[in-house]
Design a protein around this ligand. Structure first.
Ligand code: PEP
Ligand code: MG
Length: 603
């Protein structure tokens, strides 16, 4: 029997508990026809089931609102929209009437059809888990069964949930007192459920292929949400080792607490601007608490999550002002909507595409859809009155895109002035360097940009031709590849020569070994996810610049990602007990999906 399973550690922490396997398969539906006189009754039954499922989801949303927060509970708003999809329900009704089928037979037929369609479309992959959850609930209800909710499962023992795929909806329902760990066969660090598990503080491993067949229900598991390992029936030595790790991490946490109030300077005194990445409003507080010096990446996609209409200019202005006020006298870099690819909210009707990551996304959408971009630009300009706000354009590939965006920004600034609305007369507009095209054109982009910020998540995806969300390719997705290191070096060189501030806001900056690489390359501004701020600051304060520089020089000359990782491990290992750092620092494939979730809004 397999003793150890490996997946991707997506939420750190160690847990030891018996497995609770959840197989969310569709219940068996026996094909059933009905008499002509019963057809309308079946249609009514279908509609009643929708009402029931919707009110049940509302209840779940309220419960999650109390236990987790508004962002988490919005997942259910999105699921409700999905459950009420009129086109889909009308097609089920037609089938009932035309073929005299029972409501559950017709529903299952259409459900399977829809799932097959969605599975083929990469951009809908993230939403599939929610679709599955809704359809399960509907079929259960039509068969007269009640849903099993995670918190109503029998037993009072702590468990590690093992399942095929975690939907964000399922993840937010988890009771932390009871569910102490999560294992999913599907998913990567970019899966929204992974981000939620992290923010809920539940250790989790995803992409653990074969977990359901390898782990019988009730098996004692030892799970490490950092290294991504799951030990089945751990022996005494393994448990002892886990305890040592837990206490090591605890010591590290204590050490990190002591640096929060200290400045981010290298041992030789070079100050490093350490900013925060903010995806959700909840993270503002965490960024402040962990000592962020402003926001280097304010993702805005969450403004569209779980809603059926675009956010208004006033709503956006209010949010941007709120963030600006939270960081007085500091810079906040607002990124314009980065829609498309893996971020498609319900309010944004996008066409199905064969290659969404190479498709209509980000700046392309903004330039083509004035009703999306212009209100956001106006909101940024309005909020920038009296505040240090910058605007950053994602997924730039050509100079023309930046020029076009700048023209729109200038037009709106003039319009606001004419209208007598209080707004900044202009705003620094920068480029998110996250495509090889932008790297190669950095000198020309510098002529039309106020700053550069390197988005290493997408830069890695596009350079290595590796889908950042594909679990099977997770170990190929690494910004330690020399091709990325060389691009990082080039962007900094070109940006500096043009006198531009250059920072890194991709997840790589949040990983201690990679942060050392960036410092060694000469970067002096990093924007990192709030929980990583103390660790990155500690590393900055500990590893001498000379060593970082030598490691970076070796990384630029290296022939493989493994070589780069080894150099970094050796360098950092001279000053820090490397076992304290995330083992994934060796292969930092992490790339968070911008914002909240699912369903029709699987952001
Ligand atoms: C990136 O691509 O590196 C980035 C920071 O943006 P996102 O992860 O939102 O695509
Ligand atoms: Mg990106």
């Amino acid at each position: 029997m397999t003793r150890v399973l490996r997946g991707i550690g997506v939420s750190p922490g160690v847990a030891c508990a018996p497995a609770l396997t959840l197989r969310w398969d569709f219940p068996e539906v026996k094909d059933r026809t009905v008499g002509a006189a019963e057809v309308e009754g079946e249609v009514r039954r279908l509609r009643e089931a929708v009402d029931d499922v919707v009110s049940h989801l509302k209840g779940l949303g309220e419960r999650v609102l109390q236990r987790a927060g508004p962002e988490e509970s919005r997942i259910f708003d999105a699921q409700i929209l999905m459950a009420q999809d009129e086109d889909f329900l009308a097609s089920v009704e037609t089938l009932i009437r035309k073929n005299q089928l029972s409501a559950e037979t017709a529903y299952e037929f259409r459900a399977l059809e829809l799932r097959a369609q969605w599975s083929g479309a990469a951009r809908l992959r993230e939403r599939l888990a929610d679709l599955h959850a809704i359809q399960m609930r509907m079929i259960q209800r039509l068969l007269g069964r009640t849903d099993t909710e995670l918190w109503s499962l029998p037993g009072d023992e702590q468990v590690i949930v093992v399942t095929h795929e975690l939907s964000p909806g399922l993840t937010v329902q988890l009771d932390r007192d009871y569910v102490v760990g999560l294992v999913a066969e599907e998913g990567t660090r970019t899966a929204h459920a992974a981000i939620l598990a992290h923010s809920l503080g539940i250790p989790a491993v995803m992409g653990a292929a074969g977990a359901l067949s390898e782990i019988p229900n009730g098996t004692m598991l030892l799970l490490d949400g950092q290294s991504g390992t799951i030990v089945l029936d751990p022996n005494r030595d393994e448990l002892e080792e886990a305890k040592v790790q837990v206490s090591r991490r605890h010591r590290l946490e204590l050490q990190l607490e002591s640096v929060v109030g200290e400045p981010a300077v290298t041992p030789s005194g070079r100050p490093i601007a350490l900013m925060g990445n903010v995806d959700l409003p909840e993270e503002i507080e965490a960024a402040i608490r962990h000592g962020a010096q402003g926001v280097g990446l304010l993702r805005t996609e969450f403004l569209l999550t779980g809603r059926t209409s675009l956010p208004t200019e006033d709503e956006q202005t209010e949010y941007f002002r709120r963030v600006a006020l939270a960081f007085p006298d500091q810079t906040v870099v607002i990124r314009s909507f980065d829609l498309g690819g893996d971020k498609f909210p319900a309010s944004f009707k996008a066409p199905v595409e064969a290659n969404p990551f190479l498709g209509w996304r980000s700046i392309r959408v903004c330039l083509d859809q004035p009703e999306v971009f212009r209100p956001q630009v106006r909101a940024v300009l309005r909020a920038a009155a009296g505040h240090d706000l910058h605007l950053m354009l994602p997924l730039v590939t050509t100079v023309g895109e930046v020029q076009e965006a700048r023209d729109i920004i200038m037009e709106e600034a003039r319009a606001l002035q004419k209208e007598g609305v209080r707004a900044a007369p202009s705003i620094p507009v920068g480029v998110m360097v996250e495509t090889p095209a932008a790297v190669l054109m950095a000198d020309r982009l510098a002529e039309v940009s106020a700053f550069f910020s390197v988005g290493t998540n997408d830069l890695t995806q596009y350079t290595m031709a590796v889908d950042r969300g594909n679990a099977r390719l997770a170990n190929r997705f690494t910004p330690h590849d020399p091709s990325i290191v060389r691009q990082l070096q080039r962007v900094l060189e070109v940006g500096k020569a043009a006198g531009l501030p250059v920072s890194v806001c991709g997840e790589m900056a949040s990983e201690p070994l990679s942060a050392v690489l960036l410092l060694g390359l000469g970067y002096d501004c990093l924007s990192v996810s709030p929980p990583a701020l103390p660790l990155v600051k500690w590393v900055i304060r500990t590893v001498p610049e000379d060593s970082a520089r030598r490691a970076a020089e070796a990384a630029v000359r290296a022939g493989s990602a493994a070589e780069v990782s080894n150099v970094l491990r050796e360098t950092v290992g001279e000053y820090i007990d490397i076992r304290l750092l995330d083992p994934h620092s060796a292969l930092p494939g992490r790339g968070r999906v911008a914002t909240l979730p699912p369903g029709k809004s699987s952001i």
